[in-house]
Design a protein around this ligand. Sequence first.
Ligand code: ADP
Length: 542
Amino acid sequence: MHGMMMDRPLKIIDILKFAEEVHPTQEIISRTLQNSIHTTNYGEIGQRARRMSKALVSMGIKLGDRVATLAWNGYRHFELYFAISGLGAVCHTINPRLSSEQLTYVVNHAEDKIIFLDLTFIPIVEAHLEKFPSTTKYVLMTDKENMPECNIPNVICYEDLIDRADSDYDWPEFPEDTASSLCYTSGTTGNPKGVLYSHRSTVLHALLACVTLSGSFAVGRKILPIVPLFHANAWGIPYSAPLTGTSLVFPGANLDGASVYDLLNQNKVFSAWGVPTVWMGLLDEIKNRGAKPEGLGEMIVGGSAAAKSLIEAFENMDVTVIHAWGMTETSPLGTTGKLTPPYTELPREQQINLKGKQGRKVFMVDLKITDDEGKILPHDGKSVGNLFCRGNTIAGGYFNNEEASKAVIDKDGWFGTGDVATIDEEGFLVLTDRAKDLIKSGGEWISSIDLENMVMAHPDVENCAVIAIPHEKWDERPLLVVVPAEGKKPSKEELIEHLSGHFAKWQMPDDVVYEDTLPLTATGKVSKLTLRQKYEKHILAS
Ligand code: ADP
């Protein structure tokens, strides 16, 4: 027997329409490329998104067409999220940090009809004009006064498009499984793979994020996505914020510690979201200035493992740290580590230990770990296995890539994350490694994340990575790459001493090398691939 309730399609644009009507005066604050502060609100964004949709339709954009962005976090990028998806086209957020080859691949693979770009990225587009489709049109995300001379043919000014269109436009109806946005994974090996979200998956993710991270979203609170709009939809903030009337603060191009500090401080931002490297930069800045940014109450950290020392440093300043795990393919929230009773009653040290884990699953996401034959392993906190997930917000394959799609879904329809993990009886996930970063020594696995966590607790260490390097006898052995804190250089003996007692002898790094900085991937994570290539031939001391 069927239920007798109405069946209305879940659509992204309804989030903005809701914010426009119910929370019109809540602010959206952006740092512009000219380094000024621009303030608007949901009411105005609603009107501008309508005009931009109308302009896109007049440029020939139809349901299913891909329209790309190459832009920082700012109000224009935010309104494009809605203007493009609202009319039924697909918003392809391009990561400007991709290599030239990968950029060429994604723009051609997506067959982008239009690319909207921030002024910063003019040189990138100019260098690729011959490689991108000849029919692609380009729009500079600026106003008339700031339109520069450039070599992009027939380039259009964003504000001209808005000015020329009026807001007499009704967003169309279409089924909720219509594609809404496209985000390619950074593809450390091989070509990037496109994750094609739907209106349904995006609205459900927006709802589950608000429910899971209920402290982050509220009228009167400000949230700052340091995570870029081109990386997994800025972890869903652009949808969950308007849904709840939370005010948004966009950082623009400057993501260094000092710039992030100032923006947080000036706007009394409550919640900020980003990868660990960004938080390390902010922590240094806080140490320099002697106080945390006013109003900062919460940070969400994910994308790679947050070291316990980092978590503790922020918790000591009364900033609640929530460690989250996810992927572009999981929309991205998969687990979050927000502690609830009875865990909040535990002694502080135990709470910090729990926060170091990757958290528990969010509503609608199922997790399983398996051995290499696909046998399900128990959630006992000890069994280490391949992590799979399933749910309405999880990718069921990749855009126009049958081979990669087949490879990633198991026979029971679960998505293989490529991560290796344990899950305990209470559901806490602990990531051991990405499968490709695991260190296989003499038939045993060594977790680089565990080692890194402990090394980061050494006061003379600024940052570190543990990588596998080939070894004749043991297959692979761990090498510790350390970025020392300013003016320090902890010796190999000191570091090994620091680790002993926490790890078995065979798990200890065989050698230590020093770097000034660590190479980063396009998504701001330590690029272990680059380090492995650099140290491939490193002769181990032992
Ligand atoms: P990319 O692969 O392009 O860097 P993703 O955001 O899709 O971008 O990367 C997802 C991967 O990041 C996960 O599969 C996992 O390996 C890693 N990751 C995400 N969050 C965490 C976390 N909290 N701890 C450890 N690793 C994480």
